[in-house]
Write a new protein. Structure first.
Length: 307
C-alpha cells in the first residue's frame, strides 16, 4: 500500500551534515620570522620589539623669526611703496615721492627704528618733496651705526635740491655705497662737490647726471690724502662746453686739474659725457692738459642706475 501522504520515500534527500570551516594553514616561514623578531633586554631575556611612540608624532617646525628686513618689506607693502628682497639679508627700496609721497612718508616713519645692516639698493625719486620729519626718519633708518653695506644709490632732486637738502640722510649712504652712486638733476655748488668727493670714496662709479654747478673757481680742491675706489666718473648732461650753468670748458679745466692733484687720479679709468655737449676730442684735450690719463667716452647713451 502506498503512504497516505503520497510522499515518495525514494526521492526524499537527507540533510547534509554541517561541517566546520577548516583552520587556515600555518605559514611556517612567517611563524619563524615572528620568533626571530625579538630583542634582548638588559637581563638577556627575550622581549617583543616596541615601536617608539614619538615616531608617529609630527615634528614641530621652528617658528620663523621676522628679521628687520622682513619688517621693512612688510612696511613697504603696507604703504604701497616698492620693496623687494634679493636674499635673506639685504633688500632694495624704491621710494617714489612724486607718485606716492604720503606712502613714502608713512613708510619712513614706520621703519625709522628698524636696524638694517645691509641694503642692495636705495632709490628715492623727487627727494625735494621730503619734509624735515621725513628726512629725520630717513636718517634714523639709514643709520651709520647699523648700515654696513649697500651697493647702489639713486637720488633724484628734480632740479630743485642741493646737497643741504639730502645730507642729513644721504651722507651715510654716500660713505657706505660700493657699486654706484647716481645723483640725478641736482643744483650743486663748489662746496657740495668737495663734500661729495670726500664721502663717495668706496663706490666704483659716481654719476653726476644733469646737475647744474654755476660756480667753480681755483679754490676747488680735493683732499690730497684721500684714497678712492672710484674707477668711473659719469657727467652726462653735466659737462657742457658752452653752458655756464653747467660745467663748461673753463670750469672743466679747474675741475679735472683738482682731480689730477688728488689720489683719485690713480684709480679713475673712465670719464663719460654727452657728445652733444662736449666733443670727445675737445674733452680729451682738457683732460690731458690737466694731467689725467683716464679714457674719455662721449656718446648719446644716458647711463642707467645699476641694479
Amino acid at each position: 500500500m502506498g503512504c497516505c501522504c503520497g510522499a515518495d520515500k525514494k526521492n526524499t534527500k537527507k540533510p547534509m551534515p554541517r561541517r566546520e570551516p577548516a583552520p587556515p594553514p600555518v605559514n611556517i616561514r612567517h611563524e619563524e620570522s615572528i620568533k626571530k623578531d625579538v630583542r634582548k633586554d638588559d637581563k638577556g631575556a627575550d622581549s617583543p620589539k616596541k615601536e617608539d611612540p614619538q615616531k608617529f608624532k609630527k615634528e614641530k617646525k621652528p617658528k620663523k623669526k621676522n628679521t628687520d628686513v622682513d619688517k621693512l618689506m612688510k612696511a613697504a607693502k603696507e604703504h604701497e611703496t616698492h620693496g623687494l628682497t634679493k636674499d635673506k639679508k639685504s633688500a632694495a627700496l624704491f621710494l617714489d615721492c612724486d607718485e606716492n609721497y604720503r606712502g613714502v612718508s608713512d613708510f619712513l616713519k614706520t621703519s625709522s627704528n628698524f636696524k638694517i645692516d645691509a641694503l642692495d639698493r636705495v632709490s628715492i625719486n623727487c627727494v625735494n618733496k621730503l619734509d624735515n620729519r621725513d628726512k629725520k626718519c630717513a636718517s634714523s633708518l639709514f643709520n651709520g651705526k647699523n648700515l654696513k653695506s649697500i651697493n647702489t644709490i639713486y637720488l633724484n632732486g628734480h632740479t630743485e635740491s642741493g646737497l643741504k637738502d639730502i645730507n642729513e640722510y644721504a651722507s651715510t649712504l654716500f660713505k657706505t655705497a660700493t657699486k654706484q652712486i647716481y645723483l640725478d638733476s641736482f643744483n650743486f655748488d663748489q662746496d657740495d662737490l668737495i663734500q661729495i668727493f670726500s664721502t663717495c670714496v668706496k663706490t666704483q662709479e659716481l654719476c653726476l647726471i644733469n646737475c647744474s654747478i654755476e660756480k667753480l673757481d681755483e679754490d676747488f680742491k680735493l683732499n690730497p690724502k684721500q684714497v678712492f675706489a672710484m674707477k668711473s666718473l659719469d657727467m652726462y648732461w653735466t659737462l657742457s662746453k658752452d653752458r655756464d650753468d653747467l660745467i663748461d670748458e673753463e670750469k672743466a679745466k679747474i675741475f679735472f686739474k683738482a682731480i689730477a692733484k688728488s689720489k683719485l687720479k690713480a684709480s679713475l679709468k673712465q670719464i663719460h659725457a654727452c657728445t652733444n655737449d662736449f666733443k670727445a676730442k675737445e674733452l680729451e684735450a682738457v683732460i690731458k692738459a690737466a694731467g689725467l690719463k683716464a679714457r674719455v667716452v662721449c656718446d648719446t647713451k644716458q647711463p642707467k642706475p645699476k641694479h
